[in-house]
Design a protein. Structure first.
Length: 106
């Protein structure tokens, strides 16, 4: 991972906005080979492949950053990071659901 990732305006990070492999590499400060390793491990998956160009959901940025943070800070390999990212997202979804249910009760 390189030291200086590029940041995009929040308006461009809509989960439905497709980004290219090059965009993902620049934003996260990683190489195409690292992205391919993340795809192989199931951390992210391409949303589409058009004319040989992979496109990813903007959510992939968050998943990539989380996986590499787990790898860097805790020494978790990419396979373990893939599982951890999925579990963290599931916890986040369950917490959001719980908050919605609590609001309905009040």
């Amino acid at each position: 991972m390189t030291d200086k990732p590029t940041y995009m305006p929040a308006s461009l990070l809509d989960d439905d906005s497709p980004i290219t492999l090059g965009d993902l590499c620049r934003i996260c400060g990683i190489t195409a080979e690292q992205v391919l390793a993340l795809v192989d491990e199931g951390v992210i998956e391409p949303a589409a492949r058009e004319q040989g160009v992979w496109r990813f959901h903007a959510l992939s940025i968050r998943r990539v950053r989380c996986a590499y943070r787990l790898n860097r800070d805790l020494g978790i390999n990419l396979a373990g990071a893939a599982l951890a990212v999925e579990l963290l997202e599931e916890i986040e979804q369950l917490r959001a659901r719980l908050r919605r249910l609590e609001r309905m009760e009040h």
